[in-house]
Ligand binder design. Structure first.
Ligand code: JBK
Length: 242
């Protein structure tokens, strides 16, 4: 998979050199390209923002550098007849979910557009974005951290990245439930015991116990998951309804 990230802070994405994503890059499973948006700013000061039409606080990212960046980045893969799926992380997007991550993992090429300030001029979004996606209901300084989250969630779904395919299938949300608690040795620690069933060797009883605890935990903490509605409005392939 190829991933292009357009940002005014390419260094903000340096965690992608580490750990699971870093290893996937070293092994050629994903090919990440970082682009500094300012390289497409045409004035001497390389400005990428301007005041909002209609007034109000803050600044808006100007359309010209974004248009030039998206044109050039999209064309850089056109030789292989490919078109990227273009994603804009934004608090006004549809929610990011495991199902949506699964849909992205099936794509050959993703482009993430990291906005700053009050956002990117809406004409860029209309013309170029396939999806506007939100990580959650809180305010960040820009789309960079949201992009880190999405790239990590997608990378670990790519074949060969996580050693044990079962550990991906068992993840919280993959099966619609929160995972049960986990324990390792020693069996008693600070007067707290590992549940006896997990030490019983009775595999059927262990599966039943885990399912029961997962259900109780989900009902208490995330009743919305049991209601079975997909907040992202994604189909099983993770494609967003328009
Ligand atoms: C937020 O994806 N987000 O959730 C996001 C992206 C960019 C800015 C933001 O404030 N929440």
């Amino acid at each position: 998979m190829r991933v292009d990230i357009i940002t005014i802070f390419p260094d903000y994405l340096s965690p992608l050199e580490l750990s699971l994503v870093g290893r996937a890059r070293d092994r050629g499973i994903i090919d990440v390209h970082l682009h500094d948006l300012r390289q497409w700013a045409s004035d001497v000061h390389r400005t990428v923002d301007d005041a909002p039409y209609g007034g109000g606080p803050g600044m808006v990212m100007r359309p010209e550098p974004w248009w030039a960046a998206l044109t050039e980045v999209s064309e850089s893969g056109a030789a292989d007849g490919r078109r990227p799926r273009i994603i804009v992380p934004t608090p006004v997007g549809r929610p990011f979910t495991q199902g949506y991550a699964g849909g992205l993992a099936a794509e050959p090429w993703l482009v993430f557009c990291c906005g700053r300030y009050e956002g990117i001029d809406a004409r860029v979004i209309e013309a170029w974005a396939d999806d506007e996606i939100s990580l959650g209901d809180y305010v960040l300084a820009g789309g960079e951290v949201a992009t880190l989250v999405m790239v990590e969630a997608v990378t670990r779904l790519l074949p060969g990245v996580v050693g044990n395919a079962e550990s991906v299938a068992d993840d919280s949300f993959a099966n619609g439930l929160l995972e049960p608690p986990v324990y390792t040795r020693p069996p008693v620690w600070h007067d707290r015991e590992v549940p006896a069933v997990l030490r019983s060797g009775d595999h059927g009883a262990i599966i039943r116990w885990r399912r029961e605890v997962a259900l109780r935990r989900t009902a208490q903490r995330r009743p919305d998951l049991l209601a079975g509605t997909d907040p992202a409005g994604t189909d099983p392939a993770g494609r967003v309804a328009q």
